[in-house]
Write a protein that binds this ligand. Structure first.
Ligand code: FUB
Length: 324
């Protein structure tokens, strides 16, 4: 295990290998004095940095490439630059990020760069019909790109389990019903799912309507809302051979979990707990293979003495048999 970047608070690492270098795309935690609340109002991040390293992730020096995108550059975003991810297509790099618009609604935006370290130039508008947080962009072996996303409570995923009111331009006017309806659902109903969607060829829009990501228990039934292994936030997808591994955070039960499927849409069968609760409320990660070894990048709040919105990046090696 190693703390990767002790000189600043960063979280939610999305990690990829580009040109034989590991690139880390984290959220950049800051102290603004905003009060703690159940909607994550204390996470007031404003910009993103890119970090990278080459060699053994436990020892190699980490380069900070500086700010690659600031909220003031994004015309549609007001605040809360939360988790992001990057995918490469035809030599260009597409950052998909979550932020709140001027109505307090989370959307996903796209910004494009010629190099993995940026700078990233944002699109003027968010992705049409996008909502909630925590995008993970996954390129399958056939070149199709999928975006997994969603997060409960402050991530607003519970708003989208009933029809939305959208204008013809795709501007989201909010849920048709009561925003809290699904938040307090009975424990024996199926858990609220996250979403997956195939991206358009130019990686700027959704190519289809988002589909629910269903996680099944050992009996083949969807996990219940009361199950400590049900989805909360922090989707991650990686593929080994023909198996699709969907991993995620369980939020208020504070676990990272692994599920497996045979196609990018699922359903995914629950496999195991990947990580026990860390210090801090949130837990969020990515899984990557680099130089033949498997790595879990994640965060905790040990260096900030448990301050939940000041998180630090960590890396640890994973047992490759997890993905047999
Ligand atoms: O960083 C803000 C939020 O905290 C992320 O979007 C969640 O996944 C949680 O880590």
């Amino acid at each position: 295990m190693r703390y990767l970047f002790p000189s600043d608070y960063m979280a939610d690492p999305s990690v990829h290998v580009f040109n034989n270098r590991l690139y880390i795309y984290p959220s950049h935690d800051i102290e603004t004095g905003a009060a703690f609340d159940d909607d994550g109002g204390h996470f007031q991040m404003r910009d993103y940095h890119v970090l990278s390293l080459q060699g053994d992730p436990l020892t190699a020096p980490v380069t900070d490439h500086g700010v690659m995108l600031d909220v003031d550059q994004v015309p549609w975003a007001e605040k809360q630059m939360w988790d992001s991810d990057v995918v490469e297509k035809d030599g260009r790099y597409y950052l998909i990020f979550s932020a709140k618009d001027y109505n307090g609604v989370f959307h996903l935006g796209v910004a494009i760069a010629e190099r993995p370290e940026g700078p990233f130039i944002p699109q003027e508008h968010p992705i049409r019909g996008s909502f909630s947080i925590d995008p993970c962009v996954f390129k399958d072996d056939d070149g199709q790109i999928y975006c997994y996303f969603g997060g409960l409570w402050g991530g607003q995923l519970q708003w989208y389990q009933s029809p939305r009111q959208l204008t013809k331009e795709g501007v989201d006017l909010g849920p048709a019903g009561d925003r809290k309806t699904q938040l307090f659902c009975p424990a024996d109903v199926p858990a609220l799912p996250s979403f997956v969607v195939r991206m358009s060829d130019d990686v700027l829009q959704f190519a289809e309507a988002p589909r629910s990501v269903v996680i099944l228990d050992a009996d083949g039934q969807p996990l219940k809302a009361s199950d400590p292994h049900r989805f909360f936030e922090a989707s991650w997808m990686h593929k080994v051979g023909k198996k699709y591994f969907f991993s995620y955070s369980t939020g208020d039960s504070h676990l990272l979990c692994l599920a497996v499927g045979d196609n990018p849409y699922g359903p995914f069968r629950f496999q195991c707990e990947l990580l026990q609760p860390v210090v801090g409320w949130t837990t969020h990660h990515s899984i990557v293979q680099y130089d033949g070894r498997w790595w879990l990048f994640h965060h905790d709040c040990v260096p900030s003495n448990g301050i939940t919105h000041l998180r630090s990046l960590k890396v640890k090696e994973l047992d490759p048999h997890l993905f047999d």
